[in-house]
Design a protein around this ligand. Structure first.
Ligand code: NAI
Length: 338
C-alpha cells in the first residue's frame, strides 16, 4: 500500500528514508501541503502522513475518506490543524507523535531568548559589515529575573528547569499541576493574572485549543510589566499578532521571539526570497529590530527528526497490521475539546 506524505522537505525525506530501511513501507513524498484541493493525491492509499501546516478541514477529511483513507498519521505532536470531530465522524483515525524531543524545543526557546535579549542576531549582521560598534546592543542579566512559563507539560517543564539554572525565578501556569515541578524551589505555580503582572519574560508552551487561542491579546498585554519579553515556540495563534504589534510600538513589549506565526501556513518552510511578501502583519513584525522570527524550526534537531520518523512509521505499520494504532498515540476528540 502506498503512503502519501504531504508537505515534505529535504530534512524529513532524509530522516524518513533512513528510518524506512527498517520498515520497507511504500512512501510517496509530495511537496504540496495537504488540503481539500490536494487531497486527491491520496487516491489509492489508506494512509496519509501530514505535518504542521496542512489544513485538514472537514472538507479535506470528507475528500480523503471518499478515496478510502483510514489513517492520518501526523508527524508532529500538535493537532490543532486537524478537524478531529470530522475525522471521527468519517471513521478516519488520527495518530500523532506525542513526544519526539521536548529538549529540542526548550533549548531552542532558550536560544531565542538569549539572542533576543543580548542582540546576538543583530551583532552577527553588524560584524559582517565590519561595524564593530556596541551601541544599541545592550541586554540584561537573566539572573534573578522572573520568567513566566505558560504550559508546563513536557517542553515547558524542561524550559522552566533551564531557566532556573540561569538563576531565574519561574512562575508556572497550567491547568494541571505537576507536584514534581515544585520540588524545584525556584519554580512556583501561579494564576495567569499574577504571571502576567510579575514576569520579565513570558514563554508559551501550550497547545492551541479554543481556550488558548489568543491567550496573549490586548487585555493580557495591558497587565504585563513594562519592558516584558515574549517568546513563542508553541503555536502562532496563541498570540494576537495585531495586539503584539501595538505592544511593540508603544514599547510595553521590549522584544518578541516568534518561532511560530498565526498565518504561517503558506509562508514558513518555503523559500520566498524572490517573491513579494503579501502578509502585511508579518512584514510589520519583521521590521522591528527587537523581533526575532524563525520559521517553525524549534523541533529541528537530528534526534527529533529521527524520533519523529521512527514513531510515525511505527504508527503506520501498526495500522497496516492491526487496523488501529496504540491508544496513547491516537488523538482523542474529547481531549481536543477540553
Ligand atoms: P504537553 O502536552 O506535554 O504540554 C502542554 C501543557 O499545556 C500541558 O501541561 C497542559 O496541561 C497545558 N495546557 C493545555 N491547555 C491549557 C490551558 N487552557 N491553560 C493552561 N495550560 C494548558 O505538550 P508539549 O510537548 O510540552 O508541547 C507544547 C506545545 O508546543 C505543543 O502543543 C505544540 O503546539 C508546541 N510545539 C512546537 C514545536 C515547534 O517546533 N515550535 C514542536 C513541538 C511542539
Amino acid at each position: 500500500m502506498k503512503i502519501a506524505f504531504f508537505d515534505t522537505h529535504q530534512f524529513d525525506k532524509k530522516a524518513f528514508n533512513k528510518a524506512n530501511q527498517n520498515f520497507n513501507l511504500d512512501i510517496q513524498f509530495h511537496e504540496t501541503c495537504l488540503n481539500e484541493k490536494t487531497a486527491r493525491l491520496a487516491q489509492g492509499t489508506q494512509v496519509v502522513c501530514s505535518f504542521v501546516n496542512d489544513k485538514i478541514t472537514d472538507a479535506c477529511i470528507k475528500e480523503l475518506a471518499s478515496y478510502g483513507v483510514r489513517l492520518i498519521a501526523l508527524r508532529c505532536a500538535g493537532f490543532n490543524h486537524v478537524d478531529i470531530v470530522s475525522a471521527q465522524k468519517q471513521g478516519v483515525l488520527v495518530a500523532r507523535v506525542p513526544s519526539y524531543s521536548p529538549h529540542a524545543v526548550a533549548e531552542f526557546a532558550t536560544g531565542m531568548l538569549l539572542s533576543l535579549n543580548r542582540k546576538i542576531h543583530r551583532a552577527y549582521l553588524r560584524v559582517k559589515e565590519l561595524n564593530f560598534s556596541l551601541d544599541g546592543l545592550e541586554g540584561f542579566d537573566l539572573y534573578q529575573k522572573t520568567v513566566g512559563v505558560i504550559g508546563g507539560g513536557k517542553i515547558g517543564n524542561i524550559f522552566a528547569h533551564i531557566m532556573t539554572s540561569f538563576g531565574c525565578h519561574v512562575l508556572m501556569y497550567d491547568i494541571v499541576k505537576d507536584p514534581e515541578l515544585e520540588k524545584n524551589k525556584s519554580i512556583k505555580y501561579t494564576d495567569l493574572e499574577n504571571l502576567f503582572c510579575q514576569s520579565d519574560v513570558i514563554s508559551l508552551h501550550l497547545p492551541l485549543t479554543p481556550e488558548t487561542h489568543h491567550i496573549i491579546d490586548q487585555v493580557s498585554i495591558s497587565k504585563m510589566k513594562e519592558g516584558v519579553y515574549i517568546i513563542n515556540t508553541g503555536r502562532g495563534s496563541l498570540i494576537d499578532s495585531i495586539a503584539l504589534i501595538e505592544g511593540l510600538k508603544n514599547k510595553k513589549i521590549a522584544g518578541a521571539a516568534l518561532d511560530v506565526y498565526e498565518e504561517e501556513e503558506n509562508i514558513f518552510f518555503q523559500d520566498l526570497s524572490d517573491k513579494i511578501l503579501q502578509d502585511d502583519t508579518l512584514a510589520r513584525l519583521l521590521s522591528f529590530p527587537n523581533v526575532l522570527v524563525t520559521s517553525h524550526q524549534a523541533f529541528l534537531t537530528k534526534e527529533a527528526l529521527q524520533n519523529i520518523a521512527v514513531t510515525t512509521l511505527e504508527n503506520i505499520e501498526e495500522f497496516i497490521k492491526t487496523g488501529s494504532v496504540t491508544t496513547e498515540r491516537l488523538v482523542n476528540p474529547k481531549h481536543h475539546l477540553q
